[in-house]
Design a protein around this ligand. Sequence first.
Ligand code: AMP
Ligand code: MG
Length: 466
Amino acid sequence: MNAQFPFDNTYANLPSHFFYKQKPAPVTKAELIAFNSNLAEELEIKLPNSGLELIFAGQILPEGADPLAQAYAGHQFGYYNPKLGDGRALLLGELDTKSGRYDIQLKGSGTTPYSRNGDGLSWLGPVLREYIVSEAMHHLGISTTRSLAAVGTGDKVLRETVLPGAILTRVAKSHIRVGTFQYFAHNGDIEALETLYKYTKKRHYDDAKSITDFLSRVINAQCDLVTNWLSIGFIHGVMNTDNCSIAGETIDYGPCAFLDKYSASKVFSSIDTHGRYAYSAQADVIVWNMAQLANALLPIVKNNIEVLNEFNELIQKMPSQIRSLWLKKFGKKIGITKSTSEDLKLISGFLNGLASRNEDFTISFRKLIEEPEYFKSVDADWYNAWESRTSDEPDPFSVMASVNPNLIPRNHQIEFAISSALNSNFEPFHRLNVALKLPYEKNSKFSDLELSPTDKEEVVKTFCGT
Ligand code: AMP
Ligand code: MG
């Protein structure tokens, strides 16, 4: 049997300067590391019993695949870069499935005309990291691209040292970014910008009634996403506009990490020297990113003052929109179903307590369910206020248990999975993936994965690894 993907490509039919058609590079020896059979099933993909490694290494192209590298630009750490594009990724094609349209993309499949000085490759570490974290995010209930497969290429990739090459197969609602709009807007290519807008609106927000409504949908999706990140202690690390998806998915997992000890200003990424993308700064950066999207849409609305004012209003109200989502989500984390601004003090009091006692973010919210007396012993005032506020809640403990994960992909466990894989032991990688399928449940088999790192294990810096 040949591989059967229900390909139905539409991006490939857009004007030819939206992309370059490009075939994946040959690899030395493809080896399957992971294959997500549940996701394949959801995507209605039918695969032969053998040879998957050749398909997911891009060596055998399934019928209907039409690989291309997409053009985009973007603000990187606040500075505009007019030419980014897929430098090490290729869109194989789109699947039209019962649950919607999805891009299938290979990441690490060789150079493209956008590679600049890069080699177009990925080494094993970032591939395993993205596989683990994107799937974990999905199971945590957070909008994200997903991982269908990871393969080793048998090639050597030169970074600081020589490392084994790998390719990730990524699944996304689309790979259209804020930076895709910026690319055409900054080139003054209004016709292309309008084409992109019509295409994207139809693909993601078909029922949006106007361009303002379109912008507001993207903003709503991003506000929801970023407050979800905050609620589980996720730090994306590179919230550049080229890493900001119009569909509102978490995309481009690079030096991302999760909070261990709670700190609002926590930064992991080695290149984020000024903390632009620090944990709590993410709520501000998304406003900036959406303002860049609004800017990029302006040439379409020309000088229509009314629309301009509507755009402005949408951006201006983002901080309060984010605050109220944050309040709602963090309220639930301490057992309050309908929090109001009056609960801000209680929520902040909890977080400030964690910061001052140097306590773990994820574990502490679970501790409030499992051993609430602990908080009485360390901060009786806070505890009494919390007990009285939650006393008229019907079931605060179930509310807390439904939103406070027991397991997150902890940085040190990801590092352990990667370093083991470099020694040809993929067991920790597979075990982590299995455990993270049910992050809200307690499973004694995986209790070691709940633990915060020891001082020696703690990951203090993460790297792009590209
Ligand atoms: P990222 O850090 O993944 O958001 O990538 C930023 C830009 O650099 C994108 O245009 C990527 O395609 C490009 N890039 C990253 N790594 C490589 C690589 N190894 N080879 C070529 N281009 C790359
Ligand atoms: Mg990127």
